[in-house]
Design a protein around this ligand. Structure first.
Ligand code: PBG
Length: 329
């Protein structure tokens, strides 16, 4: 017995019948140009070192980093975000290796710029945590608290050396108040008006950064709760957004991505600049670990995680799978 007539003709399943039909009506598509590859370069190693909690991701040598950059270009990836890992002995309270023109990050920026030129947007993490012996993103005052304004002075110096070394885009990630304005001024005063900023606008104090701390050999003992955002706060992200835009952010980012898709959607709605999301180390590790156990289909889970981030409003996605995924698209 037919039940036709008992409900109207709207049958969404008609548009799901074949792969080509589903492709035609897809609302969200991933493209290699959406992707940015975060990459680590470590000083003083003779061969790449795989990161234990991030299988398939390496601390690069200068040479292997150049190769990774070329592969990213060939795959159609838009950018690379570089993190420097200095020799342990070069860490100090002020993170001076981060502002040394011959520090590992600056050297690597010059290498990659020489290798790929303008074929890849070369982005530079602008933060002190990889270079300080206490592991904080800034410098400390006498009481051991992260000193906002003293840190800004260090960020201004970092901005200049990173731009001098060839970065196209700086990514201030330390969540200090005023960092975007100070970095913009520093760039403009040193002839780097064309260097752009990808502001880490909403950066949450997240347990999912765990594997990254191994990746950069972090010296951090405590946490970053006095500068990174509390996970329960959404409105606060919009306040950070307003400040970053006012201070001159060219692009804004939400980080982590997967657990913060609501924040991403709200930021994307409110921002009039390109919006990025960072699928961080812990998001990577969870999928890799579950796949290793045969609990999920790795490739499908990766694509779905990225599609969800794009659907929520990210135009650009930083992901450790960037080159691999770009090749498949
Ligand atoms: C700080 C920084 C962190 C990440 C990127 N930049 C770590 C932190 O805030 O502790 C995390 C990236 C990731 O987990 O993949 N410079």
């Amino acid at each position: 017995m037919s039940t036709y007539g008992s409900f109207p003709g709207s049958r969404p399943r008609r548009l799901r019948t074949t792969p080509v039909m589903r492709r035609m009506v897809a609302e969200t598509r991933l493209h290699p140009a959406d992707l940015v590859l975060p990459a680590f370069v470590r000083e003083g190693i003779g061969a790449p070192v795989e990161i234990g909690a991030m299988p398939g991701v390496f601390q690069h040598t200068r040479d292997s980093l150049r190769k990774a950059a070329v592969e990213a270009v060939e795959a159609g990836v838009s950018g690379i975000m570089l993190y420097g890992v200095p020799e342990e002995a070069k860490k100090d309270g002020l993170g001076t290796a981060g502002t040394d023109p011959d520090g590992i990050l600056q050297v690597a920026l010059r290498d990659v710029r020489a290798e790929v030129g303008d074929d890849l947007i070369i982005m530079s993490d602008l933060c002190l945590d990889e270079f300080t012996d206490h592991g904080h993103c800034g410098v400390l005052d006498e009481q051991g608290r992260v000193d906002n304004d003293a840190t800004l002075e260090r960020y201004a110096e970092m901005a200049q050396v990173q731009a001098d070394a060839g970065a196209h885009v700086l990514g201030p990630s330390g969540m200090m108040d005023g960092q975007i304005g100070v970095v913009r001024d520093a760039l403009d005063q040193t002839g780097h008006e064309d260097v752009a900023m990808l502001a880490y606008t909403a950066k949450y104090s997240s347990a999912f950064y765990g594997p990254f701390r191994e990746a950069v050999g972090s010296s951090l003992k405590g946490d970053r709760k006095t500068y990174q955002q509390d996970p329960g706060n959404a409105r606060e992200a919009l306040r950070e957004l307003a400040l970053d835009l006012e201070e001159g952010a060219d692009m804004v980012m939400v980080k982590p991505a997967g657990p913060y898709l609501d924040i991403l959607a709200r930021v994307a709605e409110a921002a009039d600049v390109p919006v990025a999301a960072y699928q961080i180390s812990g998001e990577y590790a969870m999928i890799e670990a579950a796949a290793e156990r045969g609990w999920i289909d790795r490739d499908k889970a990766i694509l779905e995680s990225l599609l969800g981030i794009k659907r929520a409003g990210a135009q650009m996605i930083l992901t450790y799978w960037a080159t691999e995924v770009a090749r498949q698209l």
